[in-house]
Design a protein around this ligand. Structure first.
Ligand SMILES: [Zn+2]
Length: 114
């Protein structure tokens, strides 16, 4: 299961950060692309299971899905590709290059402060 692998690598990184800051993580924000997308429900489930009895237990996980972008060769603009009608949103040209899909990124870790 893809999401379990993602949860495992996130946990490793976050536990290292938590040790550095000597603080309990309470919220995690990640982002991912469109082609190699993450299932929110599956990842939340994996996260809950894997963080049990770790300092991350009870932390919330937010997943931002970044849209796939195209670069129009006609008007030289970046635009968001709609899969239902893949064309430039500005000039309607179908002559565009697909940009690289957004990678899976750990955007932010929120630590408990007191
Ligand atoms: Zn265009």
């Amino acid at each position: 299961m893809h999401e379990m692998t993602v949860a495992e690598s996130l946990l490793t990184i976050i536990l290292e950060e938590a040790a550095k800051h000597n603080a309990k993580p309470i919220g995690v924000k990640i982002s991912c692309g469109t082609l190699n997308s993450i299932n929110d429900e599956a990842l939340n489930f994996a996260w809950e299971a894997i963080t049990k009895e770790t300092p991350c237990e009870g932390s919330s996980l937010k997943i931002e899905h970044k849209p796939l972008q195209g670069f129009c060769k006609k008007c030289n603009q970046k635009f968001i590709i709609e899969f239902s009608s893949p064309k430039c949103s500005k000039c309607n040209s179908e002559d565009f290059e697909m940009m690289a899909d957004a990678p899976l990124l750990l955007e932010e870790i929120e630590f408990q402060t007191d």
